[in-house]
Design a protein around this ligand. Structure first.
Ligand code: GGG
Length: 351
């Protein structure tokens, strides 16, 4: 039986990187003796502009039977970002209970960090970002618009189940890595939600006596990800904090174009979704220069999730080998002048 994978290229360079990556997704399957069937859904901002919605009403039912979803990017210069995000990416994460967002930051050999003194392999950490609640909870309101007493309220939500799920996933990862976990919080200022968050971390920590836990306020964590990124291993953070910290992680590791992510349904009752961390990048859309490697690495994470570990490792290693080779084509974000297609063609030769 082939794996059924839904493709949601979305907007801007999301379409370019997903289209470019498809041959590699198929190569990996062919070489490892399994098959994939992809189904593409052209949902996103163009659909919103013509039909008034990013996705059809039955989108979630349509996606439910798939084994996994590969998403490109969401965002359009003519549509407010909260409309595009709330119209596609967030409903998928929430409807499929993709509570665990896993985002590795790796400084690959051959890639230059903007930080002085860091070389290949020096940065290697993974952020476990809570993915369906926290500051992204769709709870609040906006009233008395246009009047002096106009008010907007946005409420963060931290459930015991949701917080335990992300914290436990992070501890599990720490046991398989260096045994060192950083809890990112803001409990000095947020005395309900974040104090509760810290309490859950402390409770779960008792189940993992071999994992050393450090607690950092999010402002200190942001500073330290620039000052001493080599010292981090596993980071656990709320939805918004995790989103911000992973952009820092991507950029100190060389480029947003190298940062993959996985949105995991831990219980396995619904599909998980894999996507590059970057957005739709309207400034370079249509130029053919988007870096496809974050999407290739996301496919590696997808195959790992499906249990195809050797295919996952081969894809990851091919990216690492390409980046380590100073003569290989590179997109402009990495200081090169090659296009998306040339990078993928080179990768297929190495694979
Ligand atoms: N590749 C997915 C994408 O378009 N990300 C841009 C974005 O706005 N992400 C926000 C988030 O991950 O919460």
């Amino acid at each position: 039986m082939p794996y059924e994978i839904a493709l949601l290229p979305g907007d801007g360079i999301g379409v370019e990187v997903v289209d470019a990556t498809l041959p590699l997704l198929e190569d990996a399957a062919d070489r490892h003796g399994f098959s994939v069937e992809t189904t593409r859904y052209d949902w996103g901002s163009e659909r919103y502009l013509t039909e008034g919605a990013m996705m059809p009403d039955d989108a979630i039912e349509t996606l439910e039977p798939f084994d996994a979803i590969l998403l490109g990017a969401v965002g359009h210069p003519e549509i407010p970002d909260h409309v595009t995000l709330r119209g596609m990416m967030l409903p998928i994460r929430k409807s499929f209970d993709q509570q665990v967002c896993k985002r590795p930051s790796v400084l690959f050999e051959g890639v230059e960090s903007p930080l002085r003194g860091y070389g290949g392999g020096d940065i290697d950490f993974v952020v476990f970002r809570e993915n369906t609640e926290g500051e992204y909870a769709d709870i609040g309101g906006h009233e008395h618009r246009g009047y002096d007493h106009e008010v907007a309220i946005q409420t963060a939500v931290y459930t015991r189940q949701g917080t335990e799920a992300i914290v436990r996933a992070a501890f599990e990862a720490a046991t398989e890595r260096e045994g060192y976990l950083t809890n990112v919080t803001k409990s000095n200022a947020q005395a309900y939600g974040m104090v509760f968050w810290d309490q859950i971390v402390e409770e779960v920590a008792e189940e993992y006596p071999d994992v050393e836990v450090e607690r950092l306020l999010v402002d200190a964590a942001s500073m330290d990800l620039v000052r001493r990124p080599d010292e981090f291993d596993v980071i656990v953070a709320s939805n918004l904090f995790g989103d911000i910290l992973t952009d820092i992680g991507a950029i100190v590791s060389g480029s947003m174009g190298l940062a993959p992510s996985a949105n995991i349904n831990v219980e396995g009752h619904s599909p998980s979704m894999f996507e590059p961390v970057h957005g739709s990048a309207p400034d370079i859309t249509g130029q053919g220069v988007a870096n496809p490697l974050a999407t290739v690495l996301s496919v590696s994470m997808l195959y790992d999730h499906l249990g195809e570990a050797t295919a996952a490792t081969d894809l990851w290693d091919a990216v690492a080998a390409q980046l380590a080779d100073g003569t290989a084509p590179r997109t402009p974000d990495l200081g090169g002048d090659a296009g998306t297609e040339a990078v993928v063609a080179d990768l297929r030769d190495r694979f």
